[in-house]
Design a protein around this ligand. Structure first.
Ligand SMILES: Cc1cc2nc3c(=O)[nH]c(=O)nc-3n(C[C@H](O)[C@H](O)[C@H](O)COP(=O)(O)OP(=O)(O)OC[C@H]3O[C@@H](n4cnc5c(N)ncnc54)[C@H](O)[C@@H]3O)c2cc1C
Length: 343
């Protein structure tokens, strides 16, 4: 507990050609957190193609960026290999201070959360899990809020002595982050020459379906129990193909076999961060909404005007989807004749 020292906040990021915008969330979160506690925001980037992340860190006015790489590394690195590289960097001495009030942020998701836990164990730190919000009291002590039971409860963790390892999403006010002095970021390039431990053998699997993948989609058309049957999902796949999006589903639709489990959105399914999420025949329970990024614009189509989804929706349509979707598709085709004809 060092309330009077300047707190260091680190974003730990795995860079590479497959990096998505959500993978950069720790940069935004570290910058925002450092501003609120008058601390210092730094980033440690491990992997190939770091330029996008370096530019974002510069634009956010981060103090230091360490770019750790080795041209001989495979792509992507596996979690245990990433943990080794991050742990070696953090344990390397004075250049990356790791004191009891230091906070390390990784991207929310299976990989980031696993690395956060592994690093906390390696470096005698405290794993905080997936954190929604950090707060500081007048004396600078930190608490962290974590949701439980699908967003129904908030748990507040009193962060006494770390270092702390947390997984985060992009903060709600990230767009407001302004560069302090974009020219002041020091970028340190480090060649990690220690050999990597052998990778676990991975056998690539053929995708069992040819529809657009949910991961990374900019538009998601998701169906719920209100779709009524597997045939309802055929209409969703058609709509998604026309709009250039991917199909998602609520838990009951996966249980019913209307869509594969890889398309489940929610607390026990996938977390998606498209620009637009069209929720059709979905009631909007906390467990489902927990899978949608707060920055996503939600369009809800539901025949019940009292459906909870309308509380979260930016645009709501009270209608039976069987009547509304054909009208929507006709309107779309009238507006975009060239694209809908496949030209
Ligand atoms: C531990 C736990 C984890 C869970 N994880 C998840 C998860 O990851 N993802 C998830 O989705 N759920 C999850 N659930 C389940 C969740 O609680 C809800 O049961 C589920 O989200 C409801 O799915 P739904 O909205 O499709 O169905 P319903 O709640 O039954 O809603 C159906 C909606 O369709 C509307 N509708 C019906 N017919 C039409 C029509 N013709 N046109 C337009 N609208 C129509 C209805 O008005 C209604 O609002 C979890 C639950 C628990 C306890």
């Amino acid at each position: 507990m060092q309330a009077n020292t300047i707190r260091s906040i680190y974003a730990l990021i795995h860079t590479g050609p497959a990096m998505a915008q959500a993978d950069l969330a720790p940069l935004e979160a570290a910058s925002e957190l450092a501003k609120r506690c008058q601390g210092i925001a730094n980033a440690v980037l491990v992997g190939a193609d770091p330029d996008t992340a370096v530019e974002r860190a510069r634009a956010l006015g981060m103090e230091n960026v360490w770019v750790i790489s080795n041209p001989a590394w495979p792509q992507p690195l596996q979690t245990q290999q990433l943990t080794d590289v991050f742990a070696a960097a953090l344990a390397s001495g004075n250049s990356l201070p790791c004191t009891p009030d230091t906070v390390f942020l990784l991207a929310a998701g299976a990989v980031g959360e696993e690395i956060a836990g592994r690093l906390a164990a390696r470096l005698n730190g405290v794993p905080l899990g997936k954190i929604k919000q950090f707060e500081f009291d007048a004396s600078g002590h930190m608490s962290a809020t974590r949701t439980a039971f699908g967003g129904r409860l908030n748990t507040t963790l009193n962060c006494q002595a770390g270092p702390f390892f947390a997984a985060v999403r992009k903060p709600d006010n990230a767009m407001a982050a302004k560069p302090i002095d974009a020219g002041s970021t020091a970028v340190h390039h480090v060649l990690h020459s220690e050999p990597l431990r052998p990778a676990y053998p991975v056998t690539p699997m053929e995708r069992s379906e040819q529809h657009a993948a949910l991961e990374g989609a900019r538009l998601v058309v998701a169906g719920g129990r209100g779709m009524g049957s597997e045939a309802g999902f055929t209409a969703l796949y058609d709509l998604a193909a026309k709009l250039g999006g991917a199909v998602g589903g609520s838990l009951p639709t996966i249980d019913a076999g209307w869509a594969p489990v890889a398309r489940q959105v929610g607390q026990s399914g996938k977390y998606v961060s498209p620009e637009i999420y069209v929720a059709i025949g979905i009631s909007g329970t906390p467990q489902h909404m927990a899978g949608i990024d707060p920055h996503t614009k939600v369009i809800a189509i539901n025949k019940d005007p009292e459906a909870g989804i309308f509380q979260a929706a930016h645009i709501g349509v009270v209608a039976d989807w069987q009547e509304f979707l054909p009208a929507l598709v006709s309107a779309w085709e009238a507006l975009r004749p060239a694209q809908s004809n496949g030209a």
